[in-house]
Structures are given as structure tokens and as C-alpha cells.
Design a protein around this ligand. Structure first.
Ligand SMILES: Cc1cc2nc3c(=O)[nH]c(=O)nc-3n(C[C@H](O)[C@H](O)[C@H](O)COP(=O)(O)OP(=O)(O)OC[C@H]3O[C@@H](n4cnc5c(N)ncnc54)[C@H](O)[C@@H]3O)c2cc1C
Length: 378
């Protein structure tokens, strides 16, 4: 009988894991992918939706497309994970498994202020587009409300795109653009080389940066930091806070912090060896960034680990704790790359460098989007 592999979440990690397990093991496995959404979203495309380069339909594909690849797709809300019984309860029934892959992402929390928008969801991207359409120019402020949010570089990309959009609209001369973050410098966790390069791009575009600015509240067109500093705005783009995924947090998989404890090399749960947890659901607890590229490489790797379990041995791709992100600033772009090898070993900081810079780099992000859809869900 085929081994049952159940994948929770059809985002970056889950979609790659389901594809890779099926590709490696074929008829030996029955792969089922569960997601409450009808669609897989290419989330790096959300800022493009906000600034008119894409429509929502352009950056998503029906998850049912995976059935052409021999993967069963079930549209269902996961309600409970019961690893002691090897089953998962959903609003469409209970699913038994031999292997479970959990890639349910991070859980967005409500916006702390009603007048903020953020392209961190399709609705948020469309809301920002509407605000930009009606915006006569003025003070644009972009920032984050908590340290945990998908894609650490994205707020800087959004600031760059907003600045470029104001130029295109012809209102740049009567506008200002400012970014705030709780970190002392942009992408401080990636070290000085990346920080300085991002800072230079912001300066070239006349974008102000406010470091060490911990969001406290926003009201009447003014944001206040915990240290009392204020920033006035006419348009506020605020990344909402995120929390560890609710279903995982309330399951026996959760550790004390709410994040599930996993082996740092194999992403196997320390108590349930047939359960793997990858992506934004677990990465902040491993000091890895909540980024699609990390979820992608983890998914490929754990597919190899499951294959090794079933075949006795399989040496596929070694796990490469590398993250590269094409940062699209609208009229410029940057490709930083970081290795998180020392972070995973617990011996040091990520080692990072700049692989490319220039407006042509934007094209590589668009090419990657096409490659992603074609290879995973076309
Ligand atoms: C604006 C933006 C820009 C980004 N840009 C980049 C970038 O340029 N490069 C990069 O590497 N990363 C980028 N990211 C981050 C990247 O998209 C995420 O890190 C990545 O998608 C995480 O993958 P995941 O599988 O952990 O979770 P997700 O991709 O979030 O997938 C989680 C899935 O689980 C489903 N789900 C959750 N709870 C339940 C439930 N209870 N029942 C059923 N289904 C459920 C959701 O519907 C979703 O489909 C960006 C993110 C955003 C928001």
C-alpha cells in the first residue's frame, strides 16, 4: 500500500514539498495537500499588485492544478493536529497520515490602526492601490508593527516602489517618503554590507530611514514610537503583526514558545519523527528569516529525508541554508544573498554579500515568478 504523505499548507513550503515528494517517490506515495485557500499565491508579487504591475489573478494559480501532477488537493480548514494518533482534523473530515509536513505559514493579526494599509495580503494590496489612486501627494510613511512578519526586506521594497510611483504620478516634489523599523539599520540582521547598500539606495531616492523606532500607536495622522518619537503621515503603509500559526500553537506540536521544536538540520519534530515543520511556521524560532526561499529549500530537503526513510538511504540535495532575495525598488533593484550556516550551527551571524544591483535585476524577479508557476503549479 502507498505511504500516505499529508501536506498542510499550499504556500511556498507546502507546494514545493508536495511536488518534490511526489516526483521522488511516484506511486510509492499518496500525497494529499490541504489548504483553506482555493489558490496558491506568489506572495512576492503582492507589492506589484499594489502598484498596478499585476492583477491578483496574475499572481495566483488554482491549487487544484496539482492534481495533474498526481497530488490530491483538498480545500479544507485545518482545525486540529493530533500527532499521537497520526491524524489531522479539518472541516472536511479527518485525514490519517504516515508522514506529515506542516507549512501553514505565519498568522496575520489585526492591523493596530484602522487607517493603515499593507500589501501583505491580496486585499491589502488592492486597498493600497486604491489609496495611491486617490493620493494627491503628501507624507508617506512605511513601517512594521512587530519584528515577526514574512519577508524582512519587503518593507524597503514597498518604500522604493511607493517613491517611484509618486514620481510617475507627478507628485514626488510635494511628497516625502519615510521608513521606520525597530532595527537600528535596514536589514541589520544581514550585517553591514547589505545594510549600507540598502541605505544608499534609500538615500539616492530621498527616502528617510528611522531606526530603533518601535511602533507604539498611530492616531490622527501621527505614529508614535515607544521612545516618544513621532512621525506624521498622510498615507500609512504598516505591516501588521504576525504570530506563530494558531493551529500549530494549540496542538501537541507546539513547544513553550508556541513554535514547534524541530531538529535544526532535518526539520523533523523532536517528539514526533514522522512530522516535519518548515517555513514561516517555525523559522523565526531557528533564527532563520521567514522567507519563501528558505521554505522552498527546506521543502526540497525534507522531501529527500522522507525518501531516505522509505528507501533506506537517499542522498539528494544537501540542505543549503542560503537566502537570496531580489529586492525590487521600482526603478532600481538589489540581489543580496546570505548563508545561515553559522546561525543554524549556533556559532555566529549570517554571512551576506551583494550579488547584483541595478534596474535590470528587477527582470530576474519576473523571470523567477514565471519559473515558479511553470515548475510547480502550471
Ligand atoms: C509582500 C510579501 C513579499 C514577499 N517577498 C518575498 C521575496 O521576495 N522572497 C522571499 O523569499 N519571500 C518573500 N515573501 C515571504 C514568503 O512569501 C513567505 O516567507 C513564504 O510564503 C512562507 O511559506 P510558508 O509555506 O511557510 O507559508 P505560506 O506561503 O504563507 O503558506 C501557508 C499556507 O497555509 C494555509 N493555511 C494557513 N492556516 C491554515 C489552516 N488552518 N487551514 C488550512 N490552510 C491554512 C494558507 O492558506 C497558505 O496557503 C514575501 C511575503 C510577502 C507577504
Amino acid at each position: 500500500m502507498a505511504v500516505k504523505v499529508l501536506v498542510l499548507g499550499g504556500g511556498s513550503g507546502g507546494l514545493v514539498a508536495a511536488n518534490k515528494v511526489k516526483a521522488l517517490l511516484g506511486r510509492e506515495v499518496e500525497v494529499t495537500l490541504v489548504d483553506r485557500s482555493e489558490y496558491h499565491y506568489f506572495l512576492p508579487g503582492l507589492p506589484w499588485v499594489a502598484f498596478g504591475m499585476r492583477e491578483v489573478d496574475d499572481i495566483r494559480r488554482p491549487l487544484a492544478n496539482v492534481e495533474k501532477r498526481g497530488i490530491q488537493y483538498v480545500k479544507a480548514e485545518v482545525q486540529a493536529i493530533e500527532p499521537d494518533a497520526n491524524r489531522v482534523v479539518t472541516d472536511q473530515g479527518t485525514f490519517a497520515y504516515d508522514y506529515l509536513v506542516v507549512s501553514l505559514g505565519a498568522e496575520p493579526q489585526p492591523q493596530p490602526t484602522a487607517d493603515a494599509v499593507a500589501p501583505w495580503s491580496p486585499d491589502g494590496a488592492m486597498a493600497l492601490r486604491e489609496r495611491m489612486k486617490a493620493f494627491p501627494g503628501g507624507r508617506v510613511v512605511i513601517g512594521v508593527s512587530s519584528p515577526y512578519y514574512p519577508c524582512p526586506p519587503a518593507p524597503y521594497e514597498v518604500a522604493g516602489m511607493a517613491e517611484f510611483a509618486l514620481k510617475v504620478k507627478g507628485v514626488r516634489d510635494r511628497s516625502s517618503v519615510d521608513v521606520f523599523h525597530m532595527n537600528p539599520a535596514p536589514l541589520a540582521g544581514m550585517g553591514p554590507v547589505i545594510s549600507e547598500r540598502v541605505m544608499r539606495i534609500l538615500e539616492e531616492k530621498g527616502i528617510g530611514f528611522h531606526g530603533g523606532f518601535e511602533f507604539a500607536e498611530a492616531a490622527n495622522g501621527e505614529i508614535r514610537a515607544k521612545d516618544g518619537r513621532t512621525l506624521a503621515y498622510d498615507l500609512l503603509i504598516l505591516v501588521p503583526p504576525f504570530a506563530p500559526n494558531r493551529v500549530v500553537r494549540s496542538s501537541p506540536l507546539a513547544g513553550e514558545s508556541g513554535f514547534p521544536p524541530v531538529d535544526r538540520r532535518t526539520f523533523r519534530h523532536v517528539k514526533y519523527p514522522n512530522v516535519f515543520v518548515i517555513g514561516d511556521t517555525v523559522n523565526p524560532s531557528l533564527m532563520l528569516p521567514p522567507a519563501g526561499v528558505v521554505a522552498h529549500f527546506q521543502a526540497e530537503y525534507i522531501a529527500g529525508v522522507i525518501t531516505s526513510d522509505l528507501k533506506g538511504a537517499y542522498i539528494g540535495q544537501p540542505f543549503d541554508p542560503v537566502a537570496m532575495c531580489i529586492m525590487d525598488f521600482g526603478d532600481n533593484a538589489l540581489l543580496p544573498q546570505c548563508s545561515f550556516e553559522k546561525v543554524l550551527e549556533g556559532t555566529g551571524m549570517p554571512s551576506c554579500g551583494v550579488m547584483a544591483v541595478g534596474r535590470w535585476v528587477r527582470v530576474t524577479k519576473m523571470l523567477f515568478e514565471s519559473y515558479w508557476f511553470a515548475t510547480l503549479i502550471g
